[in-house]
Design a protein around this ligand. Structure first.
Ligand code: PAF
Length: 287
């Protein structure tokens, strides 16, 4: 049976008796990508905590926050089903009904991530990563976990959270997890539910562009790579950005770069999708 906690106090009581907790923070509307994080935690910890909380401070658009899908009943069903395979492990859901169960009353302190948050999504969504860091900071404190699992679909989020944890000497290890795609290659995202079947096909333009750049990158011809990027951007106006950066620090790549991040944000109608590929220098292998 799943245990569902809705208050900070319940969570504090539960974790007080545990030593080995793996934590998966989410905003709900769970899909196979989230479930793969939960499974990873099951494999490494006796106790897994998943939070389901739509964090208002990370939305810079009121409509986006209002329209964010809230599907708790369905989420709990998916978790119940997965838990059947791991019934020897404990699974606890923290689903606060109110932001006051996550943030302290009258809290007035922001966490301001640095350079990493000025690039890619951070450039186009000012304040977003500050909101993410603030909520993750509070959730990590509440969870008291050994490890927390983050999907690499939100690669920039993973890097920023990892840096925050290092810079603020938090005790939880941040574990990156593989991005999950559907059979056609579309990266799984809660936002995919807002796409029609035709739009799902248009959405594949994003991964096709990333793959074309990957193929060019593997030839080590940087000039041809940049030319192709410009061509894609000039031919398809649905891209918000399409960039190739050093995957370790999101700076411009150069001859020394070991791992490349090819990342894009793409609009299909009003739905904004992101995706990325990380590749190792000089190999066809995904890092
Ligand atoms: O990736 C997400 O779903 C959110 O940004 C997170 C990490 C749960 C913080 O609200």
């Amino acid at each position: 049976m799943l245990k569902i906690l809705t208050t900070k106090i319940e969570l504090q009581e539960w974790k007080a008796k545990k030593t080995d907790i793996g934590f998966v923070p989410t905003m709900g509307n769970l899909h196979q990508g989230h479930l793969s994080l939960v499974e990873k935690s099951f494999r490494h910890h006796q106790n897994t905590l998943i939070s389901i909380f739509v964090n208002p401070t990370q939305f810079n658009n009121a409509d986006d926050l209002k329209n964010y899908p809230r599907t708790l009943t369905q989420d709990l069903e998916l978790l119940e089903l997965l838990h059947k395979t791991y019934s020897h492990k404990e699974l606890v859901v923290f689903a606060p009904l109110d932001a006051s169960e996550v943030y302290p009353t009258n809290f007035d302190t922001q966490i301001l991530p640095g350079k990493l948050a000025t690039k890619l999504c951070g450039f186009y969504r000012p304040g977003h990563f500050s909101g993410v860091c603030s909520v993750v900071y509070h959730l990590l404190h509440l969870a008291g976990a050994k490890s927390a699992y983050f999907g690499k679909k939100d690669y920039q989020q993973y890097l920023i959270v990892k840096k925050m944890v290092e810079d603020l000497s938090l005790k939880t290890e941040i574990v990156p997890c593989e991005l999950v795609r559907d059979e056609k290659g579309l990266a799984l995202s809660s936002r995919n539910n807002r796409l029609s079947e035709d739009q799902k096909i248009s959405a594949l333009n994003l991964i096709h562009a990333l793959k074309a750049l990957e193929a060019k990158l593997l030839t080590d011809d940087y000039l041809a790579l940049e030319t192709l990027k410009k061509k894609i951007l000039s031919e398809d106006k649905q891209f918000e950005y399409l960039e190739i950066l050093d995957a370790s620090n999101l700076e411009a790549y150069d001859q020394e770069t070991q791992n490349y991040l090819i990342a894009g944000a793409y609009f299909v109608g009003s739905v904004r999708l992101i995706d990325n590929i990380v590749i190792k220098r000089g190999t066809a292998q995904h890092a």
